[in-house]
Design a protein around this ligand. Structure first.
Ligand code: UTP
Length: 597
């Protein structure tokens, strides 16, 4: 080893053969600075060993190891410095996909197909993100999806998967023992809290072996354009690390062996979803039906997108050399790409009032067979990018260390042109209500654009459920406008139901009949399975909580003082954070509870 690393030389005897090899790699890859501050032998030896434990982890969790990481980083940093456009030579056009209209015959028929298929599906929740924009202290999946029941996102997801499992089994011929697998990708930031949330709630009714956690590792931070690895400012014997992005899910699934296990038990689909979209399952059965009917290898769930809205657009990119792909183009790249390729107005709405490029909501449905085939070639590696914040126009130094990142929706980038890549567009009220922004940032969102806050996340659940009931024939009153945490928002009647009551529109229709009405100030909470609403006139709060084997008819007039929404000050730290970030809480003044154990 070169004499430039005397500190390392002096300490070599501490290292195993494997560690010595890795030390060589580091030195050869221009990382000798990592040993500059090492102490004499016999001083801080445990820390030196811990350093190499970390290096081994970083090396083994990245396809091709650290050498490959550093090499790719140098290439991407050089491209970034040169201002190279990753889409150079590609022309965008609008791809073909399916557009659904909630509740019509075609929607219901896709839903039916989807429910049949779902027992051949595995679900994958990516939940390793820090949630810096939201700034919540806990993990995001532990946040209540809405506060009438207080059920958290993870509970809602699991209960919906279980309800889909039951619904699908009912349609199966013969006996059905299906247990739909759920994988949760965590990171060091979320892992232990996710385990605790599951264990302390008995996995929300799932069998513990139905749920598998895969933890993603962080990647090394980079200090400069030569990809010198950053020393952790808190410990000179550690490399600073940051999250690599949700694209890790593909390599983790591949290396876990789960994909082939699933294939061998007859599964056909893998559905990916994110941590805080309380409406996502409203669109899952129909979209899975689209995947099955259109034989999509990749189906991206999408919503109509306003031009310049901060979500990516699903785009077909065609290269002069014949390459072609259907891929998410980030909103800040779509406008310049359009302008550079013969669309002088860039990202603008068409005659529908929306951009012609559907907005990606990052829920993917992949067909398992072709997915395994592709990952066998790539090992699950996803094309990465780097996004350094430069100190000045010379682009020679960074404001803070950067790292390589990858996104799960970039999976189709390596697919052959023969791959069937499509999308399914749904109305945004039905399937998209993410919770990503803290109240201050949400309040600054330009008028008319979605807040993506805890406030909107909950209010959109009530809106969607109200609109679904309307479509099923219930007279649901119009909303009123209210302001919470500086965000003006529609407040609909607070209607919620457990997934086991209905996971498809057909089930809702079967359970609602006659002429029912719900006033704006009302709350309706349905907690049982066999609850039939008929000629109900609700003006107040009604909670129906009956055992699954009981059948109950809900009818007649219910009137009481009800549950009232009270404003909560975001800065009032005496209020739990889960409520403060919404800007309201529910004061349960009076209600009728129908319960049968
Ligand atoms: P977001 O875009 O919401 O990012 O991730 P984030 O990291 O959670 O939040 P910010 O950007 O810091 O505010 C979309 C989904 O991908 C997961 C998140 O948990 C979320 O479900 N994710 C993100 C991962 O699983 N791993 C990552 O490294 C990043």
């Amino acid at each position: 080893m070169a004499s430039a690393e005397p500190n390392l030389q002096r300490n070599l005897h501490l290292l195993s053969a494997e560690q010595v090899e890795l030390a060589k790699v580091l030195v050869e890859m221009g990382q000798a600075h990592l040993f500059e501050h090492w102490a004499e032998p016999a001083v801080e030896d445990d820390e030196k060993k811990a350093f190499f434990d970390q290096v081994i982890r970083l090396n083994s969790s990245y396809p091709g190891g650290l050498a490959s990481y550093i090499k790719t980083a140098r290439e991407l940093l050089a491209d970034s410095k040169a201002g190279k456009n990753p889409f150079d030579g590609f022309t965008p056009s609008v791809p073909t996909g399916e557009t659904l209209n909630f509740g019509d015959d075609s929607f219901m028929s896709f839903e039916e197909t989807g429910v049949k298929e779902v027992r051949k599906a595995a679900f994958v929740l990516v939940a390793g993100g820090l949630g810096e924009r939201l700034g919540y202290n806990g993990i995001k999946v532990a946040l209540p999806r809405e506060t009438t029941t207080g059920a958290c996102f993870l509970q809602h997801y699991i209960e919906t998967i279980l309800a889909l499992q039951d619904a699908s089994c009912k349609l199966a011929e013969g006996e059905c023992q299906t247990k739909i697998p759920l994988v949760i990708m965590t990171s060091d930031d979320t892992h232990s809290h996710t385990v605790e949330l599951l264990k302390s709630n008995s996995y929300f009714g799932m069998e513990p072996n139905q749920v598998k956690l895969l933890k993603q590792e962080k990647v090394a931070c980079l200090d400069d354009n030569d990809a010198r690895l950053a020393v952790d400012p808190r410990n000179k014997y550690r490399i600073q690390t940051k999250p690599h992005g949700h694209g890790d899910v593909h390599s983790l699934l591949y290396s876990s062996g789960l994909l082939t296990e699933w294939r061998d038990t007859g599964l056909r689909w893998v559905l990916f979803f994110q941590d805080t979209n309380g409406l996502l399952f409203n669109g899952i059965p129909a979209s899975l039906g689209v995947s099955a009917t259109r034989q999509y290898h990749v189906n991206s769930l999408a919503v109509p997108r306003k031009a310049k809205e901060a979500i990516g657009g699903i785009t077909r990119l065609t290269h002069a050399d014949g390459r072609s792909m259907v891929i998410n183009v980030e909103y800040n790249q779509l406008d310049p790409l359009l302008r550079a390729t013969g669309f002088p107005d860039g990202d603008v709405n068409c005659e529908t009032g929306y951009s012609p490029f559907p907005g990606n909501i990052n829920q993917l449905i992949l067909e398992l067979g072709p997915y395994i085939e592709e990952l066998t070639k790539t090992g699950g590696a996803i094309q990465e990018f780097v996004n350094p914040k430069y100190k000045d126009a010379s682009k020679t130094s960074f404001k803070s260390s950067t790292r390589l990142e990858c996104m799960m929706q970039d999976y189709p980038k390596t697919l052959p042109p023969s791959a069937r890549v499509g999308f399914t567009v749904m109305e945004p009220w039905l399937a998209y209500a993410p919770v990503k922004n803290n109240p201050e940032d949400a309040a600054k969102v330009p008028k008319g654009n979605p807040y993506h806050s805890a406030t909107s996340g909950e209010m959109l659940v009530y809106r969607a459920n109200s609109l679904i009931l309307r479509k099923a024939g219930v007279q649901v009153a119009d909303p009123v406008q209210q302001v919470f945490n500086g965000q003006e928002i529609e407040v609909w009647p607070r209607v919620t139901w457990k997934p086991k009551w209905a996971v498809t529109f057909k089930e809702v229709k079967n359970k609602v009949s006659g002429s029912s009405s719900i006033s704006q100030r009302s709350t309706l909470v349905i907690k049982g399975r066999n609850i039939f609403v008929k000629d109900l006139c609700l003006d107040g709060a009604l909670v129906i909580d009956v055992a699954d084997d009981k059948e109950v008819k809900v009818e007649g007039s219910v009137q009481n003082k009800g549950w009232i929404l009270e404003n909560v000050d975001y800065n009032d730290t005496s209020v739990p954070e889960e409520l403060r970030i919404r800007g309201f809480r529910i004061n349960k003044i009076e209600q009728l509870v129908k319960s049968e154990p």
